[in-house]
Ligand binder design. Structure first.
Ligand code: ATP
Ligand code: MG
Length: 473
């Protein structure tokens, strides 16, 4: 309770309310609830409650699909368990093996791991998970999908059968749910009731735009929206690199993250984004699941996601814990059927948005400056500027002066020409095998420290759940 108070949680979210009691009773649970609704604590709290602190053995194991997510979940559990003296260790690829082995020798109670590296440790016998009584698959549908399923089976074989197994995700396609039940004992299925698969506090739009016009449309939108933090999803690593270069050429503070980067690079990019030193993160689907970064006000699907589940997770990087967010998906005319499929599966509607012209972007941008100026006017306290102002008016007409002030206050728009390599539109057929950042790369390189507002020691407002830093963005 002390930890929860410190974290600024005032009441349980619905998934927490419904699954924590089951978790405490030792039941197997499949928990499905929308993105950003606190699934981590929903499995973390019962797991922590069941740990025998005096036993220096790994008793709880969480498996997550990406390194960044493993680190984040480990940190959240650490915060939840802070006053209990329970030790948590993240284990993931790209980090030195001997460092992890030392960490394991320290006797953690809970390990949060990515599957590949965990299997390495199991095979080398540098980890002992034979005392695990609680196993969690976070992003369970992803973990039980083609790329990971065999690894998961091998991992679960190393854990006693009388374990409790908890599966959580915002999405759970039927075929995956069927696989899931073969790994569990009479699982209770908890699905937080909601009409849509996505959260209602995310405004969802689509822009129909030809491939060649996408980049200009993107920078025009960015100039109008001025996101606090934005994530832009591209289909492939190459695409992400090109987008990053293009955005930088147009004066945006943007960097990219994907599976081909070194662990150190992935870590530093994500940290910069969390600290606000860059305003735009360009990413493959490696950043689509689970990441909880406060301040992400906008998500742009520069390329349409491969499947409806990916859409749900991508846009779920905004609009978390009761905040609002905006998601915009670019769809080329030939990809329109794909949009229909996403809408059908997620049961949500995207409203059509026109790609702004450069002129509209310019005016939109100026409008933002005008709003800033008006706020200063309303605030008053301009006495000490009045004399200089009237002197200025003796020499220039008022419109010229205001125009100059607006120019000074408005970010310069760079129109540097940018051409991206051409790509094929996404075919409409629903393919099981995701292209782009393939699953193997999910394990490739990366490390990160989460940087929460909360960790800076300020629970935001009365109830964090309904706090919205940006107002209505
Ligand atoms: N009861 C609560 N009250 C307020 N904030 C909460 C509560 N529970 C969790 N949170 C916060 O909400 C945010 C989202 O939680 P979390 O990352 O667990 O969501 P999730 O359901 O796992 O989302 P995703 O499907 O994207 O993985 C986190 O910052 C978390 O600390
Ligand atoms: Mg999660």
């Amino acid at each position: 309770m002390k930890a929860l108070e410190k974290m600024g949680f005032e009441e349980a979210t619905p998934i927490q309310e419904q699954t924590i009691p089951l978790g405490l009773q030792g039941k197997d649970v499949i928990g499905q609830a929308q993105t950003g609704t606190g699934k981590t604590a929903a499995f973390g709290i019962p797991m922590i409650e069941k740990i025998e602190k005096s036993q220096r053995k790994i008793q709880g194991l969480v498996v997550a699909p990406t390194r960044e997510l493993a680190i984040q979940v480990s940190e959240e559990i650490h915060r939840l368990a802070k006053f209990k003296g329970i030790r948590t260790l993240p284990i993931y690829g790209g980090q030195q093996m001997d460092r992890q082995i030392r960490g394991l020798k320290d006797g953690p109670h809970i390990v949060v791991a990515t599957p590949g590296r965990l299997l390495d440790h199991i095979r080398r016998k540098s980890i002992n998970i034979s005392n695990v009584h609680t196993a969690v698959l976070d992003e369970a549908d992803e973990m039980l999908n083609m790329g990971f399923i065999e690894d998961i089976r091998d991992i679960l074989k190393a854990i006693p059968e009388e374990r409790q197994t908890l599966l959580f995700s915002a999405t759970m396609p039927k075929e995956i749910r069927n696989i899931a039940s073969t790994l569990m004992k009479n699982p209770e299925e908890v699905k937080v009731k909601s009409k849509e698969m996505t959260v209602s506090n995310i405004e969802q739009h689509f822009v129909e735009v030809h491939e060649k016009q996408k980049f200009d449309a993107l920078t025009n939108l960015l100039d109008i929206h001025v996101p606090e933090l934005a994530i832009i999803f591209g289909r492939t690593k190459k695409r992400v690199d090109e987008l990053m270069d293009g955005l930088q050429a147009r004066g945006f503070r943007a960097e990219g993250i994907h599976g081909d980067l070194t662990q150190g690079k992935r870590m530093s990019v994500l940290n910069k984004f969390k600290n606000g030193r860059i305003e735009i993160l360009v990413a493959t689907d490696v950043a689509a699941r689970g990441l909880d970064i406060s301040g992400v006000s906008h998500v742009y699907n520069f390329d349409v996601p491969q499947d409806p589940e990916s859409y749900v997770h991508r846009i779920g990087r905004t609009g978390r814990a009761g905040k609002t967010g905006v998601a915009i998906s670019f769809i080329t005319p030939r990809e329109m059927p794909h949009l229909n499929l996403i809408e059908k599966v997620t049961k949500s509607k995207m409203s059509r948005m026109k790609a702004p012209s450069s002129d509209e972007a310019r005016r939109g941008q100026q409008q933002i400056t005008v709003e800033k100026l008006v706020r200063v006017i309303e605030k008053g306290q301009l006495e000490e500027y009045r004399e200089t102002a009237s002197e200025l008016l003796d020499e220039h007409d008022s419109v010229t002066i205001v125009a100059a002030a607006l120019k000074m206050l408005t970010k310069e728009r760079r129109q540097t020409p940018v051409t991206l390599s051409s790509v094929q539109p996404l075919s409409v057929k629903r393919s099981k095998n995701k292209g782009g950042d393939n699953r193997k790369n999910y394990r490739g390189g990366g490390d990160n420290k989460r940087n929460y507002n909360r960790s800076k020691g300020k629970p935001q407002g009365r109830n964090r759940k309904f706090q919205n830093k940006r107002g209505s963005n």
